[in-house]
Design a protein around this ligand. Structure first.
Ligand SMILES: [Zn+2]
Length: 137
């Protein structure tokens, strides 16, 4: 379904190819088998990324070549997964497969980090594995 709210659009922060789309472990948002629910994975030469809690079907299909700034889809609203509100769960890895903490540029045009790597709290009793981005107010 098309989304007409540009603030909800998640943009690629790396050049690459969309290699995975769809549901990841629908039962957990935290722990070893944590899932990001509907997620889009871009495999790039430099920096593979994952964006979760996305609107199913808002993304270009698997196999699409994307460049920095291209649309990957929109944040789901209401959100999906074990999340308390709309956000983009964003993860980045370096060329050796090591998680980048914190991640770099915002995938949102007007984004701000709401939950960072390693942070704990009511929704994340175990250290959060990724950066959450929300629309800056
Ligand atoms: Zn998250």
């Amino acid at each position: 379904m098309a989304c007409h709210d540009p603030a909800r659009v998640v943009h690629a922060v790396t050049d690459g190819e969309i290699t995975k789309v769809g549901w990841q472990n629908q039962k957990a948002h935290r722990g070893k088998k944590a899932g990001a629910w509907y997620r889009v994975v871009v495999s790039g030469k430099e920096k593979p990324t994952l964006d979760g809690h996305m609107t199913p079907g808002s993304n270009p299909p698997k196999g699409t070549v994307v460049h920095v700034g291209d649309v990957l889809g929109t944040m789901a609203s209401p959100t999906n997964g074990h999340a308390t509100g709309m956000h983009d769960h964003h993860m980045e890895w370096d060329s050796k497969g090591k998680l980048i903490k914190p991640s770099g540029d915002s995938p949102l045009t007007n984004g701000v980090r709401s939950c960072i790597y390693g942070e704990t709290g009511p929704s994340h009793p175990k250290p959060h594995c990724g950066d959450d981005w929300v629309i800056k107010k």
